[in-house]
Every structure is written in structure tokens, then in C-alpha cells.
Design a protein around this ligand. Sequence first.
Ligand code: 5RP
Length: 230
Amino acid sequence: MSDAASLKRKAAEAAAAELTDGMNIGIGTGSTAEEFVRVLAGKVKDGFTMMGVATSERTEKLCRELGVPLKTLDELPILDVTVDGADELDGDLRLVKGGGGALLREKIVAFASTRMIVIADRSKKVETLGAFPLPIEVNGFGLTSTFMAIRRAGEKLGLEGEIVLRKSGDDPYITDSGHLILDASFGRIPDPEALDAALKAIPGIVEHGLFIKLADLAILAGEDGIETIE
Ligand code: 5RP
């Protein structure tokens, strides 16, 4: 296992230690969340009882391969906890997510959960969000209009930078819910709450990757141990 993968595994193991028998668990998307799925699968094999809700088709496939039991969010509309990764987080537990393209389902599942635990290696922690381009899930209808509205919203907040349509090879990337993603390289985002409100006012945006007031605990693995933020 590479050093990076072993840090992700350590964070995943620490999150698994927070779980209790019988929990309904939202399961995130991405390479760190996949380490969590592997840890969870080991616990299930050892007799741990739980039921999961996956935040993406990719996560669902891995859970099924490894024997992690799943239901849909409609079958389990209230979850005890969600464990998910992040592209960036700050000291106030504000996150940027969506690098893996699953931000809409991740946010719906996190919102349905009593508790959200973020797992990451410590390199994901930043002073100010924004080094990672902000993923914004948009409807394909009126894409140019939505693109321009996002640029205007950013400019009003002093945020400028390239906004690009995410691609998968030569084609636009399509999310599990059939939408497109625009990645906005705003640079530093000093006021994530203001950007959250401005983006929410644009009808063509389905959801964006700023997760504010959703995470309760971050478990960050570094070479010298685990750091937690809560
Ligand atoms: C997927 C996400 C992931 O949590 C985020 O991209 C982090 O992924 P990784 O653990 O592979 O770094 O938001 O939509």
C-alpha cells in the first residue's frame, strides 16, 4: 500500500471506531471513502451489523463486491452517520467536495444523516478554501446562461478565475443524476457562506460542492498520527 493509501486507511479505521452495531450509515465516494468501505467490509465479515446507503454508483458497486449491505435512501431516509472524504476542508469544518463527481448525492445523504464524519489525509486541510476548483453540478438546459451567471456571481464577491466544463475523455462528464459539472477555479474563497448563498440563487445550478454546517467531525491522518476537528 502506498503512503497516501495508508493514511487514507488510517483515517477510515479511526472513523470505523466511531460506529456502533445496528447503525444506518451513509457511505461516501472517492479513494478515501473506498478505504472506509474496505474497513467496513472487514467489520461486517466479523459480525458487525449495519445497513449502508451509497452516495454513488461507484461506491454501490464496491459495496456489493465486498459484501457491505445496502438499501436506498428512500428505504432508509434518516441515517445515523455518513462517512465521506473531501477535496478540501478548513478549520471550521467547511468543505469543498465533488472532485469525484458525486457532490449532489453526497450532500443529500449527508443532510439526511444525524452526523457527518469527514476522513482525509492531512494535506486536505487548508487555511482558506478555494485552491481546489469548486465543482458545481448544473442542468444541461441553458448551460451558457448558467455559466455566465456563475461568473457574475463570483465577480460580485471578488472571485475571478477559469470555469470549465468537466470532461470524461472528449465528452462532457455526466453525473449519476444525469447532470453536468462546471469546475470553478475561484482561488481563495474568503466568504464561503456568501458564495453558497449566491450560487443557490442561480436556477440552473442543481447543487454545488461547498458543504457548510454539514460536517461534525473531521479525522485527518498524517505521518505523525491522527488530528481531529469538531
Ligand atoms: C467525490 C468527493 C470526494 O470525497 C473527494 O473528491 C475526495 O476524494 P478522494 O478521497 O479520492 O481524495 O467529493 O465527489
